[in-house]
Design a protein around this ligand. Structure first.
Ligand code: SIN
Ligand code: FE2
Length: 222
């Protein structure tokens, strides 16, 4: 992450055009600009989490270095290595617990879930992915969680991205959805196991995040 102190009164791009809510498929919604009102507090909390549990590039089970750098907060964190993908109560880098979920994260995730139709959301983990220019996430399902009843909530910060919204099968042709700083995507119920991904991030500069996109992805894992 860029270490420059965010200029809270600076020219942070917002997304005032387009509908405030966009349905992707039954159970999946993009809430445009939903994180903007809390962006300063979210950004500050994010810096604290990253200071306590630094971003690192994990390896896939097949031994490839992931192009996104990641960290987590909450009672467990998503990890990947030669043993596979899983959630672990300990951060393998430190051997200790992950930083706690900041209250401002939890509140944002709960509010977004409720607005999208999922009341009572109780995520126990937030995976924070940092995408440098060129980093991507190939089509996948989120299925390392024990709980598929709860939705996924994903907050986009920094550089824009093209989110791929696929179907129930990997071969289903995905929709391409532009996500910008402050957008929040929620998918649950019939959409919970849909394939999704992120196209390689294009060059650019965001006043807070620099040449990066950061996503906060909330899940109930346990
Ligand atoms: C994810 O699929 O886990 C993250 C999606 C995103 O970066 O928006
Ligand atoms: Fe995912």
């Amino acid at each position: 992450m860029d270490d420059a102190t965010p200029d809270l009164f600076g020219d942070v791009p917002t997304n005032s055009s387009g509908p405030a809510r966009m349905a992707l498929s039954p159970g999946a919604t993009v809430l445009r600009g939903f994180a903007l009102p809390s962006q300063a507090a979210v950004w500050e909390a994010l810096r604290d989490v990253a200071a306590a549990a630094p971003f690192r590039h994990m390896a896939t089970p097949g031994g490839l270095r992931m192009s996104v750098a990641s960290t987590s907060c909450g009672t467990c964190g998503w990890v990947s290595d030669h043993r596979g993908y899983r959630y672990d109560a300990a951060n393998p880098e430190s051997g200790g617990p992950w930083p706690g979920m900041p209250a401002v994260f939890l509140e944002l995730a709960r509010e977004a879930a409720a607005v999208a139709g999922f009341d009572g959301y109780q995520p126990d983990t937030c995976l924070i992915n940092r995408y440098e220019v060129g980093a991507r996430l190939t089509l996948h399902q989120d299925k390392n969680e024990r709980d598929f009843q709860s939705p996924i909530v994903s907050v986009s910060l920094g550089l824009p991205a093209v989110f791929l919204w696929g179907g129930a099968q990997r071969s289903d042709r995905p929709l391409r959805v532009s996500l910008v700083h402050g957008d929040v995507t929620v998918w649950g119920g019939p959409a919970r196991l849909r394939f999704h991904g992120v196209l390689p991030i294009r060059e650019g500069r965001h006043p807070w995040a620099g040449a990066c996109r950061i996503s906060l992805t909330f899940r109930k894992a346990g």
